[in-house]
Design a protein around this ligand. Structure first.
Ligand code: CA
Length: 634
């Protein structure tokens, strides 16, 4: 029924007023319910007024499957739901477009959004070129920022949005929290889910990643100082975003449109049963996501819902980027529409996603890595360089090229080019249009942290592990592409070997800022790599042709990868840069390009940055110690 041309032409609504349209004089509600026989708005005196006390206002059938009602007067704060007669049932559902809810997201609340803006709201975003290769993304969970005793945050701020407004925290004289992030030098902070998710009781919060969407356009309540106050969390999140903007940091959000927490109780499913999710030939929900349901993004009104939701977050919350969870479940057209609409709001907004090949659509319609050529302006996580460097994330013991598995050298080489169409001898598993479509990384919230992966896959001592951590991280970080680091990676974050900590304790997950001191060498190394990358466009080439023209691999053994960057060709003040990664067990002697010359070292195994660490006078070969990266320029 839903996919028939008749249904699509009769019931595809294209207006921009689904959900609540608020004015002080009246509020109009519009809901898409083409198969319903009657729809009522039900309003409640209080958030917890009994079902039977609800006051019904009938909605009138309007156009394209939508129903409309107007509530007179100033409805700011009114608690409401829809009661929908459909398939012989009378379902009560939250408005899928709702922007505020009662605690735990059970009922919608009409709000005057103009009253939710914090003081100073509307300031310009931190400057950013808009080129993905100029970004450095830092992936962080709201609670992780502030829960540990070493965070320096007062108890009232721990685990809350408000922690982001405190930019002066420290522990034993060392920066923590937002101050530590600013100190690191990243450009974008990417927050794990901040939309309303289901699993955590907002009245009694515990840790959860939050990949269980409930109300897509509402901030999660467990991060609010008072989740029973529907407006407060909106203001708090905006204040957090404003505060980070003031610190020069841009903010991306994790967008989880591929599945919901509970398909049967999801608002859209109660209103239009079976429309929102994909089913197999036997009528069962598909689960390419592994979460019990896949959102049918290819259906026009689901696509519209996703695009409208992204637009809402980008404009109302002034966000700077989105990370699409399991993007491969979604279809190409939806992601293209997302990009087009974001370009209208602010073309400098970044979009990245997990382009894993999954879900039930025909393969050419999936928003996957192999279809990235159809997704200009959208980047995909590059698991080829990730696993090439450190070994598969699905096998804790497996080594990668950086830890002695020479068979993965080709994967690292491909990733260093940003998976562009570089040459016949470089085998990228998927080909980007430009390096900005390759998210280059070795650690994310999923799977073992790099430190834990090294612990389980390499039999060595702590000192060597630290060295390998810097080595592995530097390979991904210096590669062409869009670099992405996981919060705490800069101080060798460990989760004690927990590779799926989505509901583990704060003790496992939180940022242990003491490690910034313990692992100061690695922390400073990251700071140095970041400053190097920011100062030198040779590491941030934006086009495939720039990479092909200006990045040349040197002839080396299987345990060494070395490449020359023609800085002069991309406006870099360093004429020639050479990056050498030695994954061997012995010092490597690498013949330098261009004959005898004097080179300046800016990165070695322990230090990184733009300052000269050593000058190599009149050399033709350079010695690079085992398990280290060296960057030199002339
Ligand atoms: Ca929630």
């Amino acid at each position: 029924l839903y996919d028939s041309p008749e249904f699509i032409s009769k019931y595809t609504y294209t207006g921009n007023d689904l959900g609540v349209t608020y004015t002080k004089k009246a509020t109009t509600l519009r809901v898409w319910a083409p198969t319903a026989t009657a729809v009522n708005v039900v309003t409640y005196k209080e958030s917890n007024s009994p079902y039977s006390s609800g006051k019904l206002t009938p909605m009138k059938y309007d156009v394209k499957g939508t129903w409309v009602a107007t509530l007179k007067g100033d409805q700011d704060g009114t608690v409401f739901n829809y009661r929908v007669q459909v398939n012989g049932f009378n379902n009560e559902a939250v408005d899928p477009y709702v922007r505020a809810t009662t605690v735990n997201g059970l009922r919608g609340v009409i709000v005057d959004l103009s009253t939710t803006n914090p003081k100073g709201w509307g300031m310009a975003k931190p400057r950013f070129s808009g080129k993905p290769t100029d970004a450095i993304i830092y992936e962080l969970h709201v609670r992780d920022l502030s829960m540990d005793a070493s965070s320096g945050y007062p108890a009232a701020q721990k685990g809350k949005y408000v922690a982001f407004t405190n930019t002066k925290t420290s522990h034993n004289g060392e920066k923590t929290g937002v101050a530590a992030i600013k100190d690191l030098g990243v450009t974008h902070v990417e927050l794990l889910p901040i939309f309303d998710f289901a699993t955590v009781d907002e009245n009694n919060p515990t840790f959860n990643w939050g990949y269980d969407p409930q109300n897509y356009n509402v901030p999660e309540g467990s991060y609010s100082a008072d989740p029973t106050n529907p407006k407060l969390r909106i203001t708090e999140l905006k204040s957090a975003i404003l505060s980070l903007h003031k610190q020069g940091l841009r903010i991306n959000m994790d967008a989880v449109y591929n599945h919901v927490s509970n398909a049967s109780s999801f608002s859209q499913n109660l209103i239009v049963p079976n429309y929102f999710f994909r089913r197999d030939d036997n009528g069962n929900l598909t689960s390419g996501s592994g979460c019990g349901n896949d959102v049918a993004s290819e259906r026009p009104m689901v696509r519209k819902f996703i695009v409208d939701s992204v637009k809402y977050w980008a404009s109302e919350y002034n966000l700077d980027g989105f990370r699409f969870d399991l993007m491969g479940i979604l279809d190409v057209t939806t992601m293209q529409n997302v990009r087009e609409e974001l370009d209208k709001i602010d073309p400098s907004i970044i979009v990245i996603g997990e382009g894993w090949n999954m879900g039930g659509l025909p393969e050419d319609q999936r928003a996957t890595q192999v279809n990235i050529s159809k997704l200009d302006g959208i980047a995909a996580f590059n698991d080829q360089i990730r696993d090439g460097i450190k070994g598969s994330v699905f096998n804790a013991d497996e080594k990668g090229w950086a830890t002695g598995n020479t068979g993965r050298r080709g994967d690292v080489v491909a990733g260093i080019t940003g998976n562009v169409a570089y040459s016949a001898s470089v085998t990228a598993n998927w080909i980007t249009n430009d390096p900005g479509q390759s998210v280059s990384y070795v650690e994310a919230h999923d799977n073992l942290t790099l430190a834990d992966k090294l612990f389980s896959s390499v039999n060595t001592n702590a000192t060597t592990r630290s060295k390998l951590h810097r080595f592995a991280s530097s390979i991904a970080f210096l590669a062409q592409g869009l670099p992405f680091i996981h919060a705490g990676q800069e101080f060798e974050r460990t989760k004690g070997g927990d590779d799926n900590s989505y509901q583990s304790s704060d003790a496992v997950n939180s940022m242990k800022y003491k490690q910034r001191v313990t692992y100061a060498t690695t922390l400073n190394y990251f700071k140095g790599l970041i400053s190097l990358r920011k100062a030198h466009p040779a590491f941030r080439m934006a086009t495939t042709s720039d990479v092909k023209k200006n990045l040349t691999f040197l002839n080396t053994s299987q345990t060494v990868i070395a490449y020359k960057l023609n800085g002069a060709g991309v406006g870099d003040k360093w004429g020639t840069i050479v990056v050498i990664h030695n994954a061997g067990k012995a010092t490597a002697s690498v013949t330098m390009p261009g004959g005898k010359a004097t080179w300046k070292v800016v990165v070695n195994g322990d230090k990184a940055g733009v300052a000269t660490l050593a000058t190599l006078k009149s050399i033709t070969k350079v010695s690079v110690p085992a398990g280290t990266t060296m960057v030199v320029y002339k």
